[in-house]
Design a protein around this ligand. Structure first.
Ligand code: WTA
Length: 633
């Protein structure tokens, strides 16, 4: 244990002398103070560690808030920094990516040299399909190396990728392809989930009936299952690879720092999912610096982020962040408990993982199987642990700390969002930890907790979490909808970014996230919107109207409960309830399958016709229903 312990409130876990001794950055307070005083200087220094084709003229252009621009005038490409630049160093022959299949029968490894070859080959193929700067490409795949190649290949040639999580189904995929007006879809025949086949290509085929913009589909063979191939539109990736254009050399496009890198759809309050837009320059600097400091990355590390590339965590910390840092990333096709609950622990041992970053829901699920499973394995390669996606309950934190980290690995509880691109409230390894708190804002950032009117609340009181100053990896807009960007994030508290979370801050300045205050439900850490679930339900012939809410769940954090008002002629029954759950799963995706579908005679609404989910939630929890003055008669 460290000798110099600041006195703090509550239960505190101090970093050991060993952790402090090896940390790249030992003095958190000094760096934090300087960065807060001059965030632009902090970020410029970080940006200088990366390679630019041309240096920026201005670090931050804040002349038209909230349309902030970073590294203005700089020329760059994120793939150049994630791949190309390493080829000039010893990292050329270092492993960039290690992958293992769900069944454990196959592993594939790629050095930075090999990664460049794969990415270039994919880039040449995409280019040959007429895709160039600014074109959108939808990527819908399982967790296989080709998804990484596809993302980096798009970025390399200046195309904008839009990855859709492989656990989404037709409605979600079709909506996202149509909204982005993608000309190309990259997918695979199928994927594996707990030993079962998922028919990804079939879902693509159904989605494309509603998406006239798509001209070509590239299909990577993964499962070998029987699939339909539309002549002229669908192309096997391995056939394309045999063509002369598919060689391993491809020039990296010179991009403006502010050019779009990707869009990623996420659920917000009411309405359809929003396409969050991130850029080459700022996002690159943000993911690079946050990962480097928070997970204290070193060249010897093997970093495993268990998230799927279909979510922001996979984008930032499975794909871009580790590669920009020149680290070795590990990617696993499967989930935590198939075929047995020791699968992840087995992989940590097999590959010597040193940093392990996952979600509280997975920890809670694995905890239930007992300590015997992890204890079968040598986990001594671990140095740091991390969590993301939802608040972690202290019980799960302590289990993770004791059983997995053997009380020597600090846990980085990282709070951030699709919109923030990278960690915003997070410790670094030298920061004293309190189970359940993400500690303090990252370097250069200032947060605040405010009341309804935007006035800061007292320490210890609950309020709305806002961020006070711009940062490089922030979203730039909602693709195609600047107005919604302003109204959604910057209107309620002018000049401050509204996170949509409630939180409180303790006497030590530590932040405790409570949860979403809008219509977002976090199911097993996956971000879903009530509106998407409700629009899936409404397509069923029996449903007149519905409302979805999130209720506390021991393992998933939150689970979906739906209230359905039936059309005349339909009667409530167990079978219908089950049918409706299936319906959501089929249309939106298995991750959105409601835990419960209940029937209700009349949904509580405001006089203007808005469903009062808050009232439904209070009723379900047996809590007071609050202010009902706007409830219709
Ligand atoms: C929640 C995931 C508590 C929060 C990176 C946020 C968290 C939303 C944490 C964003 C954490 C994320 N502690 N809550 N460490 N990390 N959240 O866009 O409600 O999928 O607003 O990004 O997840 O979810 P998203």
């Amino acid at each position: 244990m460290a000798t110099n312990k600041p006195k703090m409130e509550g239960e505190v876990f101090y970093p050991s002398d060993e952790i402090i001794a090896q940390a790249n950055l030992k003095d958190w307070d000094v760096t934090a103070k300087a960065a807060l005083k001059d965030p632009q200087a902090f970020w410029a220094t970080e940006a200088e560690n990366l390679e630019w084709f041309e240096k920026w003229d201005q670090v931050l252009d804040d002349s038209k808030p909230p349309f902030y621009k970073w590294f203005v005038g700089g020329k760059v490409n994120i793939t150049h920094n994630a791949v190309d630049r390493h080829l000039k160093t010893f990292r050329k022959n270092k492993l960039a990516l290690i992958w293992e299949s769900e069944d454990g029968k196959t592993d594939r490894t790629f050095s930075y040299y090999a990664l460049n070859r794969e990415v270039s080959r994919m880039a040449n193929i995409i280019k040959a399909m007429g895709i160039g700067k600014g074109d959108r490409v939808t990527i819908y795949m399982g967790r296989i190396p080709e998804i990484v190649f596809a993302m980096l290949a798009c970025a390399k040639i200046g195309a904008i990728h839009s990855v859709v999580f492989g656990g989404f189904s037709v409605d979600a995929l079709a909506g996202r392809i149509a909204d982005s007006e993608s000309k190309l879809v990259i997918t695979c025949d199928g994927s594996y989930q707990n030993g079962k086949l998922v028919e990804l290509k079939k879902i693509v085929d159904e989605s494309l009936k509603h998406c006239p913009s798509v001209e070509n589909v590239i299909v990577v063979k993964r499962t070998g299952q029987e699939i339909f191939m539309e002549p002229g539109r669908d192309h096997w990736f391995h056939d394309l690879c045999a063509l002369p254009i598919a060689n391993g050399k491809c020039a990296t496009e010179v991009m403006d720092a502010e050019d779009p890198l990707f869009i990623l759809y996420t659920s917000g309050s009411t309405g359809k999912p929003k396409a969050i837009l991130h850029t080459h320059g700022g996002y690159m600097v943000g993911t690079y610096a946050t990962l480097k400091y928070v997970f204290d990355l070193k060249d010897e590390d093997r970093f495993w982020c268990t998230a799927d590339p279909g979510w922001i965590t996979g984008h930032s910390y499975l794909v871009y962040g580790p590669l920009i840092n020149g680290a070795t990333a590990f990617m696993f096709e499967g989930g935590p408990a198939y075929p047995y609950p020791n699968r992840w622990w087995q992989l940590i041992e097999r590959y010597g993982i040193s940093i392990f970053y996952t979600a509280p829901t997975a920890i809670r699920a694995l905890m239930r199987f007992g300590e015997a499973w992890p204890n079968k394995h040598d986990l001594s390669s671990l140095r740091l642990l991390g969590t993301v996606g939802e608040p972690i309950n202290p019980e799960a934190w302590k289990w993770f700390y004791r059983v997995i980290g053997k009380e020597k690995c600090p846990i980085m509880d990282t709070w951030w969002q699709t919109e923030t691109g990278g960690f915003m409230i997070t410790p670094t390894p030298v920061v004293p930890l309190k189970p359940g708190s993400g500690t303090r804002p990252f370097f250069g950032q200032d947060a605040e907790i405010v009341d309804e009117q935007g006035k800061p609340v007292a320490d210890g009181e609950e309020g709305y979490l806002v961020l006070k100053n711009p940062w490089p990896s922030m979203l730039r807009t909602i693709f195609g909808d600047d107005e919604r960007y302003v109204s959604q994030y910057w209107s309620k508290y002018p000049g401050k970014y509204m996170t949509g979370d409630s939180a409180r801050r303790d006497k030590d300045g530590y932040y405790w996230i409570i949860g979403r205050v809008d219509d977002v439900i976090k199911v097993s850490g996956h971000r879903l919107g009530t509106a998407e679930i409700e629009s899936a339900l409404i397509t069923h012939p029996a449903v007149a109207e519905s409302a979805a809410i999130g209720l506390a769940h021991e393992v998933k954090g939150q689970a979906i409960t739906c209230y359905v008002q039936l059309k005349p002629g339909f009667a409530p029954s167990e079978e219908l309830s089950e049918e409706l759950r299936q319906h959501v799963s089929k249309h939106l995706g298995p991750i959105a399958r409601p835990e419960e579908v209940k029937f209700i005679d009349k949904l509580p609404k405001t006089r203007s016709g808005k469903i009062m989910r808050r009232v439904l939630k209070a009723r379900a929890q047996g809590l007071p229903e609050g202010d009902l003055s706007t409830l219709e008669e």
